[in-house]
Design a protein around this ligand. Structure first.
Ligand code: BTN
Length: 264
């Protein structure tokens, strides 16, 4: 086994070689602007299933144009490229599949109990331990869908910026056992591959697996959409992964992740 505190290697990510769809090719970087950007930029020239992993990102991307910051070597910073025929129906469920796969890996390899917060947060207790950012672009004859995940593994409290104090955590902070990034990365990719390889047959199961781990349902949420604030109770997610909110003012409304902000 490679050094548990050293950079992730190909053998860490894919100990048994390529998976069914994921792992045809791997780009491992010490430093990169963003693993999502790396795959977006080269999407047309890289094979379906390519993985990008980095120890450090200088321009890590979060949802809604936010930054994703992590100290060198402390996280899993992973992206997976999938080539889809248009219309790429996978784009609506890839965030759910990636978040569920992260939970499955954490559940199987640590003593933590992760949950999900719509649309893309992996949490432990009330604190965020990981996030998913799915992006896509058209390439000749197809759509390149990129699923990126950042998972805080080895951070300690002082590693988080002041504005995240009390709102972010890591597996090492939450677990009573040592956390090893290599096996976690490999299991996450295996779990994601199992969903992605047959996603068109698993639509119901994906939503069910996400739903079972979601901390939001029945909870009161405040959302901002188009500059307007909405309050209500989270009911469910729709087939396209929109959140369905029972509004305090009456009626139900669907909110899309790409245009909605949560007030913590
Ligand atoms: C969020 O919670 O806002 C999503 C964060 C996603 C971060 C990951 S880290 C690997 C991949 N590369 C990026 O630039 N972003 C995603």
């Amino acid at each position: 086994m490679s050094n548990p505190f050293g950079p992730l290697t190909n053998a860490d990510l894919l100990p048994h070689g390529p998976l069914r769809r994921i792992g045809t090719h791997a780009l491992l970087r010490e430093t990169v602007d963003s693993t999502n950007l790396l795959l977006l930029a080269q999407a047309a020239d890289l094979p379906d299933g390519t993985i990008a992993s980095a120890e450090f990102q200088t321009a890590g991307r979060g949802r809604l144009g936010r930054r994703w910051v992590a100290p060198r070597g402390a996280s899993l910073l992973l992206s997976v490229l999938l080539h889809e025929a248009e219309p790429a129906t996978l784009t609506s469920t890839i965030t759910l599949m990636t978040a569920v796969a992260a939970c499955e890996a954490i559940e199987q390899l640590t003593d933590c109990t992760p949950r999900l917060r719509w649309p893309n947060d992996v949490i432990i207790g009330r604190r965020k331990v990981g996030g998913v950012l799915a992006e896509s672009r058209a390439i000749p004859g197809r759509r390149a869908v990129i699923a990126g995940i950042g998972l805080n593994c080895l951070q300690h409290a002082a590693h988080f910026p002041a504005e995240l104090a009390g709102r972010a955590t890591s597996l090492d902070l939450e677990s009573t056992e040592p956390v090893h990034r290599g096996p976690l990365a490999a299991r996450l990719l295996e779990c994601l591959d199992a969903w992605v390889a047959n996603y068109d047959r698993y639509a119901t199961e994906i939503r069910r697996a996400w739903h079972a781990r979601c901390a939001d349902f029945g909870a009161r949420l405040t959302l901002v959409h188009d500059g307007q604030q909405f309050e209500g109770t989270a009911l469910d997610i729709a087939d396209n992964a929109d959140l369905i909110l029972q509004l305090d003012q009456g009626g139900r409304r669907h909110f899309a992740a790409t245009t909605t902000t949560r007030i913590p």
